[in-house]
Design a protein around this ligand. Structure first.
Ligand code: SF4
Ligand code: SF4
Length: 348
């Protein structure tokens, strides 16, 4: 059984009180029992501090060694989500963390603009799509009835397939009574991986014209590396966002203090509550706009562990594609506090 810091302190206080009482009762009267008691009290108090300190360090080490997956999401684009995600990955790695940044915004990945990774590996992602053997097919229509995505249809006993709508669930092949359907892998995009300084880097790139982002995101989030994983989710509240959030332990919703920001935050909060996943809000450009986002968070009991001020320095560094934490003093410290806050929340 392992004790936590508070439990160690309680144990130490009880031991200290017992030791003082024992020595005071037994010390030779001529030596002055109280002198012995004071000496023992001082030594045991010192020991108590050392024990509590060691326990705290042990707990801290355990917390740091645990895999933590954080998704950075936002109800809409343009809130600074990727800036927060990329800089968070960077500052954690600069502070000794083993960090993996995973850009799940596969339709428009842009984390690489800030982290500037060296891509070392490229692998394709395919979706199994149905191919129908016309010799075996009887045109019964069961496959069309099964498909919820309109990716296969039977018209006048003729099977039509729409590969870009298929999400590879395999349902049509399962229900086909004639075993006329074979699943053939179809490439929908790639995953590129490498290193961005000390940060492990992965992002997915969906082929132009493809409608299904989820299979690439599922592949990206399946086996993250490192002790801390930062998922940069696509904007919005659609299936690709849900897939990114589903795989993580904690989500940060980045918003801005405007009516649009509030509207999209409300949608994102609704999604998080539906998924019953823990989350907090970061307000970007916090000193612009109005207080409605803050009021909403206060009323809803939502934590706001970080407010990022509007700043010309930040805007200039962003426009040059630089990491803000490198260019603007204090930005990285704020993100480290955000990470510590998340660690504490996950301990609860
Ligand atoms: S379920 Fe099989 S046999 Fe029936 S229409 Fe589809 S492919 Fe043809
Ligand atoms: S694999 Fe699933 S999504 Fe694709 S056509 Fe078959 S039933 Fe539809």
């Amino acid at each position: 059984m392992r004790l936590h810091t508070l439990e160690w302190v309680v144990v130490a206080v009880v031991a200290w009180a017992a030791a003082v009482e024992w020595v005071a009762a037994r010390a030779p009267a001529e030596a002055g029992g109280w002198v012995w008691a004071v000496v023992v009290a001082a030594v045991s108090a010192l020991a108590m501090v050392v024990v509590a300190d060691a326990a705290a360090a042990d707990e801290d080490a355990r917390r740091r060694s645990r895999l933590i997956r954080i998704t950075v999401a936002s109800g809409k684009g343009g809130t600074g989500k990727t800036t927060v995600a990329a800089n968070l990955a960077y500052v954690l790695a600069q502070n000794g963390g083993d960090v993996h940044f995973v850009d799940c915004d596969v339709e428009e990945p842009n984390g690489h603009i800030f982290l500037k990774p060296d891509i070392e590996r490229v692998r394709t992602v395919g979706v199994p799509t149905p191919e129908v053997d016309r010799e075996l097919c009887t045109g019964c229509g069961e496959c069309g009835e099964m498909c919820q995505y309109g990716a296969i249809a039977v018209v006048k006993k003729m099977v039509l397939t729409f590969p870009t709508l298929c999400n590879g669930c395999g349902g049509c092949a399962l229900v086909c009574p004639e075993d006329a359907i074979t699943e053939i892998p179809r490439e929908i995009g790639v995953i590129e991986e490498g290193m961005a300084g000390k940060v492990r880097f992965s992002h997915g790139v969906l082929n132009v014209g493809e409608a299904r982002a989820v299979p690439i995101i599922r592949e990206l989030t399946r086996k993250p590396l490192g002790k801390t994983v930062i998922f940069d989710a696509p904007p919005g509240t659609s299936c690709p966002v849900v897939e990114s959030v589903r795989s993580s332990d904690y989500t940060v919703l980045v918003t801005e203090p405007t009516p649009f920001g509030l509207n999209d935050l409300e949608l994102a909060v609704g999604m998080m509550r539906e998924l019953t996943k823990p989350f907090a809000v970061v307000i970007n450009r916090a000193d612009t706009g109005d207080d409605r986002v803050k009021d909403y968070c206060a009323k809803q009991g939502i934590h706001v562990p970080l407010e990022i001020p509007d700043s010309r320095e930040i805007a200039e560094a962003y426009s040059r594609g630089e990491l803000i934490a490198e260019a603007v003093q204090g930005y990285g410290e704020g993100l480290m506090k955000l990470h510590d806050f998340i660690g504490q929340e996950l301990q609860k």
